[in-house]
Design a protein. Structure first.
Length: 113
């Protein structure tokens, strides 16, 4: 059974940093493209960053230079390092296996200005 569990969210002041983690169960993790999405109140869920099985990355424009997506294939872990956080980064963050429809419970990130 495929399962995704996100962690690492919290309340942080603007300019601060957080590192999100996602552990994935039920797949051969290294074979899959992964991504982080976020959903702010009243807004649609949006793609924040993606990483291929080969390690290539892409980012939405508003987080380029501030966020870094990475993966540890040996541990089945996906990360999102978020620096220089802004109030507009406030959202629930989700990790996703790009070729699956499953979602985890998400982790709340709140940035106070």
């Amino acid at each position: 059974q495929v399962q995704l569990v996100e962690s690492g969210g919290g309340l942080v002041q603007a300019g601060g940093s957080l590192r999100l983690s996602c552990v994935v169960f039920g797949i051969i993790f290294r074979l899959y493209n992964m991504a982080w999405y976020r959903q702010a109140p009243g807004k649609q869920r949006e793609l924040v960053a993606g990483i291929t099985s080969a390690g290539s990355t892409n980012y939405m424009d508003s987080v380029k230079g501030r966020f870094t997506i990475s993966r540890d294939n040996a541990k089945g872990l996906l990360y999102l390092q978020m620096n220089t956080l802004k109030s507009e980064d406030t959202a629930v963050y989700y990790c996703k296996i790009q070729s699956y429809s499953n979602w985890g419970q998400g982790t709340q990130v709140t940035v106070s200005s």
